[in-house]
Design a protein around this ligand. Structure first.
Ligand SMILES: Cc1cc2nc3c(=O)[nH]c(=O)nc-3n(C[C@H](O)[C@H](O)[C@H](O)COP(=O)(O)OP(=O)(O)OC[C@H]3O[C@@H](n4cnc5c(N)ncnc54)[C@H](O)[C@@H]3O)c2cc1C
Length: 422
């Protein structure tokens, strides 16, 4: 049988740096995560086992420094023209081991994109927050606080609703913002967030994108309360919970950019989140490939391995074909983000819609194939020791976030068919 390294890579636009970076993550995953992930699944509340593994990759190996400028102690990837392709590679490797850890680690970088990636670097905020991430060997967690009790999809539907449903308010008082509101579900909450990027409105009910404000809030500010982590279907390493903001005060210059630009660059947050979701789906599928290969090679029926039966071979082929195709789709999405001079601005409705199309198509295919993998393994598919059921649960969650499949479909229909009311 081939290995996961026999699946194709888009060699013309990967760089030599990706090989050692990918190998560091694979080595970490094989030593710190894969042997223990069954136990991690039960550690969703306390993170007694999970946190040391996060400390290692984020703090000791330094992945949390990835985006910050080099002169501030970071790796300076925010100014490279293969940043998103590098992220694709890292995310796929992490998700092969555990997509919950992968999303938690990915979201450490995600909100920071707002202020560290060219052409929208906010140098003053980099100077303010880089030390938190770059001067420690402990994991530091950021979160992107968007979803609210009245619904997440409408907040992410920026092009149409332009922030009109956001209820978390930011009011100027002297040289400070005063923030009030309630967010639900952000990755890296449930008590773990250190730095939050909070989507607020400066004028509730307004559909002027200039009233959307993205404000950075250190989690230890008075008035910030994080609730307990929710108990959910899987992804134990990703803690999600409520956050309440009660008269939280931060300086005015903690706003990411300003009227208009905060809303504009939100498109890049959505597009990159969807690209990362494809990489996670591909990573999960690579491990299902490994597990299913072992299973169908070692189970003997009527004198031959399971994989030597026509119908089974057809299903195995669908799995390999899906990985080949999904990986290419995901790398192409990353490439579109890295090369705006070819594909358009990363925050443009066109790029957002196309990457949403890539994401929902890829995740749908992976879900279908993972379902078939469970059927091939029959009762063993449900056996928690074999991890396939874990990946199957996690894949479903990849379909639910960032407005889920429905918002993807609405944005794709809007762009390709000029729908005006979706
Ligand atoms: C593991 C995980 C991690 C997450 N991480 C984050 C995170 O980091 N940050 C964050 O902010 N959130 C996060 N979320 C929340 C997630 O992004 C939201 O759940 C998602 O965007 C959908 O929002 P919702 O659950 O409020 O559903 P809703 O938006 O209420 O949608 C419910 C249903 O109503 C439909 N609907 C919504 N609006 C309309 C409309 N106008 N017309 C017709 N139908 C509509 C939707 O299509 C959907 O079918 C996470 C969720 C999960 C499961």
């Amino acid at each position: 049988m081939r290995t996961i390294d026999d699946f194709s890579l888009p060699l013309e636009y990967t760089t030599p740096l990706l090989e050692p970076l990918g190998n560091i993550v694979r080595d970490w995953a094989e030593r710190e995560v894969i042997p223990f992930r069954r136990e991690y699944d039960e550690d969703w509340k306390d993170h007694r086992l999970i946190l040391p593994a996060m400390d290692k990759l984020l703090g000791v190996y330094g992945l949390q420094r990835f985006l910050w400028p080099e002169d501030l102690g970071g790796w300076g990837m925010g100014k490279s023209n293969y940043f998103y392709v590098a992220v694709y590679r890292l995310v796929e490797e992490m998700a092969r081991a555990d997509s919950g850890m992968c999303v938690a680690i990915g979201v450490v970088l995600w909100p920071i994109v707002y202020i560290t990636v060219e052409p929208h670097v906010n140098r003053r905020l980099c100077e303010e927050f880089a030390p938190m991430f770059c001067q420690t060997d402990r994991a530091v967690f950021s979160c992107m606080a968007m979803t609210e009790p009245q619904g997440g999809s409408d907040i992410e539907n920026v092009e149409l609703l332009k922030g009109s449903t956001i209820q978390t308010t930011a009011v100027k008082d002297g040289d400070e913002w005063v923030i009030n509101g309630h967010k639900l579900w952000p990755t890296n909450t449930g008590g773990v967030a250190d730095l939050m990027a909070v989507i607020c409105t400066t004028n509730p009910g307004s559909d002027d994108p200039g009233d959307i404000a993205v404000i950075f809030v250190p989690a230890d500010r008075p008035g910030v309360t994080q609730g307990e982590a929710y108990e959910k279907a899987g992804m134990a390493a990703d803690k999600n919970g409520d956050i309440w903001f009660e008269n939280v005060r931060v300086p005015l210059w903690y706003r990411a950019h300003g009227p208009g630009d905060d809303a504009k660059y939100y498109g890049e947050i959505v597009a990159s989140g969807n690209m990362g979701t494809i990489a996670m789906a591909a990573g999960v599928m690579l491990n299902i490939y490994e597990k299913l290969g072992e299973y169908t090679s070692s189970r003997i029926y009527r004198g031959k391995p399971l994989k030597e039966n026509d119908a089974v071979a057809g299903a195995l082929s669908d799995l390999a074909a899906t990985i080949e195709a999904v990986r290419m789709i995901g790398y192409q999405a990353a490439r579109m983000l890295d090369r705006p001079e070819l594909y358009g601005d990363r925050w443009s409705p066109e790029v957002v819609a196309k990457i949403r199309a890539h994401r929902y198509f890829a995740v749908d295919r992976c879900l279908e194939v993972a379902d078939t993998a469970m059927n091939l393994m029959e009762a063993c598919g449900a056996d928690r020791e074999l991890d396939v059921e874990k990946h199957w649960r996690d894949l479903k969650m990849l379909q639910l976030w960032l407005g889920g499949k429905q918002l993807c479909q609405m944005e794709v229909a809007r762009w390709f068919y000029a729908c005006e009311t979706l």
